[in-house]
Design a protein around this ligand. Structure first.
Ligand code: UN1
Length: 522
């Protein structure tokens, strides 16, 4: 039988289910095939060459802790330094290549990712614990983010634009130029999109890249590296280093030859990098995306079926481990009981288990430490409020926990403000919309937020007052989650992001370049 082209199946985070049996067959085959070949050793990639360290670490699947997916290199400071040196040496050639050629190479890399959809999706499911649609969505988002950065270069003619002139003898223009060596440090939860997206932007703009994935997700990082390599990205232009955050990551952050960085991860680490990047000899650009504590407000004029579905998907998709996940839910007192009934009912229908099995919508949490955090948070919430649903670890060979809804937790409890990054949502009744908005905004984060109401004036009120970078109204496929490049830009306000510019719309790739004004007089 001939294999259907991968691009026939376009899965996004809003895809609720796919009726196409071919998609499921190809994914199942890829999982079986991967399991048969698991346990190999994978290199780093520096200056176009595979690089092996003295020590390796095992990547264990959170889905099944008996499954060693592969062995990855425990890179050292020297490896990090070599990667920066390689990127620095390769920079002039890549910078001077016409942007049209750079973009052609990067579009090839995006197409290779789409071609490898099922293999990469299978790896991501086992590496992160994503269900099949979330995993396939992440692969496609990675490819689309790379394409979107290429399109941005093209639509703006490489960012060389004329300025006003005094006469025919004056030629004035503004040109955006790359910075040099760009570091990309990515998180575990979207190991494709949040690595390939920023790398694609940095490369399209003409920077060279040193990429370090989260310690939990080296495998997807390697597959991304292979796609750039196979697309013809020249040696030294894209480098891949693995190892500890404190050794390899810190060496990259501290390196004087690094011109800019994109970090996606926790608020504490992000803020430390921003501070360190502003205390050198001169300020250097730091694009930081740093988590959320995302609220939903349900009005008494809401369609409660839409609201319950959107909240369930946002609170528990990918086990609550999205920075876009819903974690605070404010429901009008008049409709709270009716809403809770629907919300609990939908939540009780979630199957938790091996996410490569089609019937399981939630997989495990990422690692032992997250599994322990979950138990600690639940004990705390149980002591101070009610666990309306879930609250248990589920056993098995992986880190499985129940989707959890906490109610009646006092307003001053610290977990109303702290990002948990787990499938736990806290619910509270409100009497007055303005009071709900005040609480919704009263956190250090401002990433995503959702609103449910069938009243136009209320909708406008929400859009006018909510302090966050990504707003959704009446979205049943995800009340706060599921941004897609070109359709929703994605970036945070306040403690959620450092630049005020979001990925996926009009202003992102420009952050990887600085402006030069050129005036020539004949
Ligand atoms: C994240 O949540 O960590 O909007 C990144 C979403 C996805 C993921 C964003 N695009 O839910």
């Amino acid at each position: 039988m001939t294999q259907a082209p991968a691009h026939k199946f376009k899965v996004t985070y809003s895809t609720l289910s796919s009726p196409d049996p071919e998609l499921h067959r190809l994914y199942d085959e890829a999982v079986t095939d991967f399991r048969r070949h698991a346990g190999q050793t994978y290199p780093m990639f520096i200056n176009g060459q595979e690089r092996f360290a003295e020590q390796t670490f095992a990547k264990i699947s959170p889905v099944d802790t008996d499954l060693v997916m592969g062995y990855f290199q425990k890179g050292t400071e020297k490896d990090a330094n070599d990667a920066v040196a390689a990127a620095k040496a390769a920079y002039p050639g890549w910078r001077d290549m016409p942007w049209q050629e750079r973009v052609a190479i990067l579009r090839r890399a995006a197409d290779l990712l789409s071609d490898r959809l099922f293999k990469m999706g299978a790896v991501m499911s086992l590496e992160v614990g994503k269900n099949r649609l979330e995993a396939l969505g992440d692969v496609e988002e990675t490819a689309d983010l790379i394409r979107y950065n290429c399109d941005a270069m093209e639509k703006n003619n490489g960012f060389a634009k004329p300025l006003l002139t005094e006469s025919d003898r004056h030629h004035n223009r503004s040109v955006l130029k790359p910075y040099g060596v760009w570091v990309v440090i990515s998180p575990f939860n979207f190991p494709g999109a949040l690595a390939g997206g920023p790398s694609g932007a940095a490369l399209a703009a003409g920077n060279t890249v040193v990429f370090k994935p989260a310690t939990d997700t080296p495998f997807t990082g390697w597959l991304l590296t292979e796609a750039f390599r196979d697309a013809g990205v020249p040696a030294g232009v894209f480098n891949f280093v693995t190892g500890g955050g404190r050794s390899v990551g810190q060496t990259l952050v501290d390196h004087p030859d690094v011109a800019g960085i994109t970090f996606t991860g926790s608020y504490d680490v992000g803020m430390a990098i921003i501070r360190s990047f502003s205390t050198g000899k001169y300020p250097r650009p730091c694009v930081a995306e740093m988590g959320g504590k995302n609220p939903v407000i349900v009005s008494k004029k809401a369609d409660l079926d839409k609201a319950a579905m959107g909240c369930m998907r946002s609170a528990f998709g990918l086990q609550g481990q999205k920075c876009s996940a819903l974690s605070r839910l404010y429901v009008h007192r008049d409709v709270k009981d009716a809403f809770m009934q629907k919300f609990l009912d939908l939540t009780s229908q979630i199957n938790v288990g091996d996410p490569t099995q089609q019937q399981n919508w939630m997989g495990p949490v990422i690692n032992q430490s997250a599994y322990q955090d979950y138990q600690g948070f639940v004990a705390d919430l149980r002591q101070h409020g009610d666990i309306a649903f879930g609250g248990e670890v589920l056993g098995g060979k992986g880190y499985y926990v129940a989707p959890t809804i906490a109610d009646n937790v006092p307003e001053d409890h610290p977990l109303w403000k702290q990002e948990m990054f787990l499938p736990i949502v806290m619910v509270e009744a409100y009497d007055d919309l303005d009071e709900a908005m005040k609480k919704a905004n009263d956190v250090e984060y401002g990433l995503t937020a959702g609103f449910f109401s069938e009243d136009e004036d209320e909708v406008q009120w929400f859009l006018d007052h909510m302090e966050a970078g990504v707003l959704y109204v009446n979205r049943a496929s995800g009340a706060t989650t599921g941004a897609w490049p070109g359709y929703q830009s994605f970036g945070g306000w306040k403690g959620s992001g450092s630049t005020g510019k979001a990925a996926g719309s009009f202003y992102y790739v420009q952050q990887y370049m600085h402006e030069q004004s050129q005036t020539i007089i004949e």
